[in-house]
Design a protein around this ligand. Structure first.
Ligand SMILES: Cc1cc2nc3c(=O)[nH]c(=O)nc-3n(C[C@H](O)[C@H](O)[C@H](O)COP(=O)(O)OP(=O)(O)OC[C@H]3O[C@@H](n4cnc5c(N)ncnc54)[C@H](O)[C@@H]3O)c2cc1C
Length: 397
């Protein structure tokens, strides 16, 4: 069975896909969004921490916000605590269900048509149009469009099939929400036992509940279960039976985020901060650039890969350096032993180093590379010396 013809088909109603839908529909193009779930934002595995800069860029009402953060406690592997507090609010904790719904509603209000329970199973580029197949066997339908935006999160199948490459490196994030005693600010935990190669977190969603989660190179669910048991034994957690969700976080970008009549945005393209795994803002920026490039390409009726390649040039100019420095720092930090992490805490805890960085002009919740360079430039203590040496080789190459 064949459906109708659109200017643009968008695969995935996450924040990146719905933002692209909003911009394109606002520019007067007919847009169809296909989402495999029955509604936006269902069963999402995400903490929903976004910078104030990101919140304002999203242009949403404050009712998606469940909390705000201006301070955080950082725990070393031995349990030592370093608390940092900024002068103003740095980030908001948003409800992902409400966020995804709100962005989708904005797109719908501009005329974008949403199809739920509609998994896109194949994309077939043609000379004059591009086809999207949705559903399976009897429910299978074919839709045609002038262009497709892939915004389907970290799902390698479609980009690989379309010859756009594959993101090879990733972390696995696992998270649940628990009842918790005494929590008033975000807590971040480091250590190879707790979250190998990464970190764990407790983020308050109310006075008595918090997201608890972690990113790990592998076995994230198992490590989170262990962390939950520890919190329960310590009397911090009041929940015992919880449902853990997990999701892959890309660490790397697609070789090509464009093709004939195709653009790829958000997690699908690898637009994720490697330092924190946060992808809402960079995905939003990628979706904005993609929609602007596509609107112009639709207008000039030039949808060749060559013409659409300006999307990749623009988004790499905006965030490419952030991503490459972030990958490098993550790679170097993942190699630190617990002993070395303790020494990093020594450095940041001494002579007001952490406060100085927090209050420096380079501090930004989203843009980390300036801060990384400042932090390394002004410290020669072991093990930062080794990181600094490797890092300066990387950034000068
Ligand atoms: C544990 C954890 C915590 C996180 N916390 C944060 C955080 O605090 N802040 C932050 O900024 N980021 C965070 N992230 C990352 C963030 O969740 C993602 O970067 C963000 O959701 C990416 O948005 P997206 O629109 O690109 O993709 P997604 O949000 O993954 O949306 C993709 C959509 O496409 C749909 N889809 C997939 N395949 C198909 C198909 N074939 N057909 C139709 N629909 C399809 C999916 O159902 C989904 O709705 C976290 C990630 C994890 C794992």
């Amino acid at each position: 069975m064949s459906g109708r013809f659109y200017d643009v088909i968008i695969v995935g109603a996450g924040p990146a896909g719905s933002h692209a839908a909003y911009v394109l529909a606002s520019s007067g193009y007919s847009v169809a969004v296909f989402e495999e779930k029955s509604a936006p934002g269902l069963n999402v595995c995400c903490t929903g921490i976004i910078s104030t800069e990101c919140f304002h860029a999203l242009g949403l009402d404050a009712d998606v916000i469940v909390g705000q953060a201006r301070s955080a406690k950082f725990f070393s592997p031995s349990g030592r605590c370093l608390r940092l507090e900024a002068a103003g609010v740095q980030a908001y904790i948003v409800d992902r269900l409400l966020l995804d719904k709100a962005i989708a509603s904005k797109a719908q209000s501009q005329g974008a048509q949403y199809f739920f329970c509609s998994p896109v199973t194949d994309i077939i580029p043609g000379r004059d149009t591009i086809q999207a197949e949705t559903g399976f066997s009897e429910t299978r339908q074919v839709f045609n469009a002038r262009a497709v935006v892939l915004a389907n999160g970290f799902r390698p199948k479609l980009p690989r099939k379309l010859g756009l490459g594959r993101i090879k490196n990733f972390l696995v994030g696992a998270q649940t929400e628990i009842g918790v005693k005494h929590i008033d600010e975000t807590e971040i935990y480091f250590g190879q036992e707790i979250a190998p190669g990464s970190f764990a977190w407790l983020v308050p969603t109310s006075a008595s509940r918090a997201y608890v989660g972690l990113l790990a190179i592998s076995q994230a669910k198992l490590h989170l279960q262990k962390f939950l048991n520890t919190l329960f034994c310590q009397g911090r957690s009041t929940s015992q039976e919880v449902e853990i969700r997990q999701k892959v976080v890309p660490l790397g970008t697609l070789t090509r985020s464009y093709g004939d009549r195709i653009l790829v945005v958000g997690d699908a393209a690898g637009q994720v901060k490697p330092t924190s795994g946060g992808g809402i803002y960079f995905g939003h920026l990628g979706a904005q650039i993609a929609a602007e490039v596509l609107a112009e390409a639709l207008h000039s009726d030039n949808l060749t890969a060559n013409h659409l390649s300006s999307y990749q040039k623009q988004w790499r100019a905006k965030m490419g350096q952030e991503l490459s420095r972030g990958y490098w720092l993550r790679w170097a930090c993942a190699k630190l032993s617990d002993h070395q992490i303790e020494r990093v805490f020594d450095v940041f805890d001494s002579n007001g180093t952490a406060e100085a960085l927090l209050n420096s002009d380079n501090f930004s919740f989203d843009w980390h590379s300036g801060l990384i360079l400042t932090g390394l430039r002004h410290n020669s203590a072991y093990p930062l010396l080794k990181i600094k040496h490797l890092f300066s080789r990387e950034v000068s190459s």
